[in-house]
Design a protein around this ligand. Structure first.
Ligand SMILES: [Fe+2]
Length: 281
């Protein structure tokens, strides 16, 4: 079994909450994860001083595999010249030089894909054919027993809570493609609230597709689990997590996935475990 700690949407800059970051590091120590996954939006406006804070935050993490991916807030929004000519320069200098990658921890294989696209998408992200092919090549080289996880910032699935979030374009086709690669779990952020969902043919998975396409693709995504993380250290929580902060602890065994969201509580000033969801692999 491996334990994953997922944090997301830190938003170093004005929305960042330092007292919550301290609680995050305490939870890392207490849960003793095998791997940490951080699903993007390290900064609010991709400024160097914000990236300095992000780097200090990363330095405090234990020396274990840490998977990172950028979010749309990790590219400049208003500095147009920088957005066009070097949109991820600061991210690459301060967080990670690699934008797409893979990590093996035991028999669990992670592929992380950068869904922040400063040229085609301001907010809701994109994945290119080249990135999808990269994931396919990595997973083709895995054994059938390996559990396969995709890590990306933007959402491929909208929670059923009345939110108005846009998912990535062609999300139903992407989900079907990823499921065909044998991916069992997708970890993402962006929507600033927790969501744990195992897809089945009952799900309406992409409101931008025709209903026929969506249902057809939903049946191709059977048993794919989606886990979104809320905002871990910012004041930008949405819907049920408005004004809240959360992280996820996932335990993956050979037969199931147990997801335990933790929400920050002002008193006693730490992240507190909420009810777990257990999903068969
Ligand atoms: Fe965010």
């Amino acid at each position: 079994m491996i334990t994953i700690l997922q944090g997301s949407d830190f938003h170093f800059g004005k929305p960042y909450l330092s007292q919550v970051e301290a609680a995050f590091h305490k939870t890392v120590l207490e849960t003793d994860p095998d791997v940490i996954v951080l699903t993007g939006d390290f900064t609010q406006r991709a400024k160097i001083k914000e990236y300095h804070q992000a780097r200090e935050f990363l330095k405090k993490l234990p020396d274990i595999p840490t998977i990172v991916t950028p979010g749309n807030h990790d590219v400049p929004l208003y500095r147009v010249h920088e957005r066009i000519f070097s949109p991820l320069r600061n991210y690459r200098n301060y967080v990670s030089a690699d934008l797409n990658g893979f990590t093996r921890v035991g028999d669990v294989v992670f592929v992380d894909l950068c869904s922040a696209d400063p040229y085609r998408a301001i907010v809701n992200g994109r994945l290119s054919n080249k990135q999808v092919e990269f994931a396919a090549r990595i997973f083709q080289g895995c054994s059938p027993e390996d559990f396969r996880i995709l890590v990306t910032h933007h959402s491929l699935f909208r929670p059923d809570d009345g939110g108005s979030d846009n998912v990535m374009p062609k999300s139903s086709a992407l989900l079907a493609r990823f499921r065909k690669m044998g991916i069992g779990l997708i970890l993402s952020g962006h929507i600033h609230r927790n969501c744990v969902m195992k897809l089945s043919s009952e799900n309406q998975i992409d409101s931008t597709s025709s209903e026929t396409d969506s249902v057809a693709n939903a049946s191709l995504c059977e048993n794919l689990t989606i886990v979104h993380c809320g905002t871990t250290t910012s004041n930008r929580g949405r819907m049920a997590e408005k004004g809240k902060n959360s992280l996820n602890v996932l335990q993956i065994s050979s037969y199931d996935i147990v997801v335990t969201p933790h929400w920050f509580e002002d008193d006693p000033g730490c992240f507190v475990a909420r009810a777990s969801t257990t999903i068969a692999r």
